[in-house]
Design a binder for this molecule. Structure first.
Ligand SMILES: NC(=O)c1ccc[n+]([C@@H]2O[C@H](COP(=O)([O-])OP(=O)(O)OC[C@H]3O[C@@H](n4cnc5c(N)ncnc54)[C@H](OP(=O)(O)O)[C@@H]3O)[C@@H](O)[C@H]2O)c1
Length: 327
């Protein structure tokens, strides 16, 4: 598998990474057996997938713990990305040390600020992250969910950023408008998250009513959905019409919709790695088939075209959760 370099860090990662949010189990994703986590990690490494994405905030640290257990004896083969929830310069070091302990390692490869927080001056957060890098606790510094203004401010500190981790899928293309070109201009790798929009792009739902409230809280859906906080009307009609059109292309290509969705995102210039939440070896085995199937230029063009009305309706805001945190 061809590896890609994350910005100027020199760190090479596979174009598909394992999203570890469900690992450790919890309220959002439900139970997750350690045996499945370990089996996925080993099978992924055997197949040439080396990047694993977790966060201190995932399941109160249990995702990091589960990944640490799974990578025991093979840590050196993996590239681990984890995230600090609160970029408070006073606590970043102790948070990083706690992540290292849970991950059973003495370094993190890519350490990211999970979401921008206006209350902490970015220069002070970056200075503390740079000290962690100098001390060898982390190899590279990254951010996640940083918009144009936030990324520009972070770059203004002079810190070398390896990556920006952002939502990217067929139904969530906002980064293409401004952020992706900005990241490319500054040689910042993009780690795309939620290529399946948490299951919607597998085609398993026909209406938003069938979805779990955690998955229908995105800006794609009406604000009166139980967990939505974005205050917008949503675009449910357009979402399900677009899904139907995507389904037809997948049927024509004789592949599952999930494979089409992941392959489309991986094929986009500027995307370093797509992070796929992978709960068991069956899902991994299917998702790995993306490597054997490259979408033709015609397929990419058709998918771009049929998803453009939704992109236009939802606009350039890349915060698909609350709509208000990415600027
Ligand atoms: N930086 C951030 O703020 C942020 C935000 C979100 C995610 N992320 C990262 O990105 C990763 C990926 O995002 P995500 O996990 O939220 O969403 P996702 O990758 O779009 O969807 C993952 C879910 O899709 C299902 N799935 C995966 N492969 C499948 C297949 N072949 N067939 C059918 N279903 C399949 C699984 O759910 P079931 O088995 O339960 O159906 C899986 O948990 C996360 O794990 C996390 O590391 C980062």
């Amino acid at each position: 598998m061809e590896m890609l370099v994350c910005g100027k860090s020199g760190i090479e990662i596979s174009p598909m990474g394992i999203g570890c949010w469900s690992y450790g189990g919890g309220d959002y994703w439900g139970p997750q057996a350690q045996s499945d986590v370990t089996a996925v990690a080993h099978a992924a490494l055997d197949a040439g997938i080396n990047f694993f994405d977790t966060a201190e905030g995932y399941n109160h640290g249990r995702s990091e713990e589960a990944l640490g257990v799974a990578l025991k004896g093979r840590r050196h083969e993996a590239v681990i990305g984890t995230k600090v929830s609160t970029p408070d310069p006073a606590t970043i070091r102790e948070r990083c040390e706690a992540s290292l302990q849970r991950l059973q390692t003495d370094y993190v490869d890519i350490y990211m600020i999970h979401w921008p927080h206006d209350e902490f001056p970015i220069d002070e957060s970056m200075a503390e992250l740079t000290r962690l890098q100098e001390d060898g606790l982390i190899r590279a510094i990254g951010v996640s969910n940083f918009g144009v203004a936030q990324l520009t401010a972070a770059l203004g500190t002079g810190t070398e950023l390896a990556v920006n981790q952002l939502c990217y899928n067929l139904l969530s293309r906002a980064i293409e408008i401004e952020l992706l070109p900005l990241c490319q201009e500054h040689n910042i790798g993009i780690l795309g998250y939620m290529p399946l929009l948490q299951g919607l792009l597998t085609g398993k739902y026909k209406t938003a009513d069938e979805m779990l409230p955690v998955h229908s809280r995105f800006r794609h859906f009406r604000d009166d959905r139980p967990m939505a906080t974005h205050g917008e009307e949503g675009a449910e009609e357009e979402v399900f019409k677009t899904l139907e059109d995507i389904r037809k292309i997948a049927e024509h290509e004789q592949i599952p919709m999930s494979r089409l969705a992941i392959a489309w995102a991986m094929a986009k210039p500027g995307i370093t790695c797509m992070l796929v939440g992978t709960r068991n070896v069956n899902e991994l085995t299917e998702n790995l088939r993306v490597i054997e199937w490259t979408p033709s230029a015609d397929v990419i063009e058709s998918l771009d075209k049929l998803t453009t009305p939704l992109l236009e309706k939802m606009g350039a805001n890349p915060d698909y959760f609350t709509g208000g945190r990415i600027r």
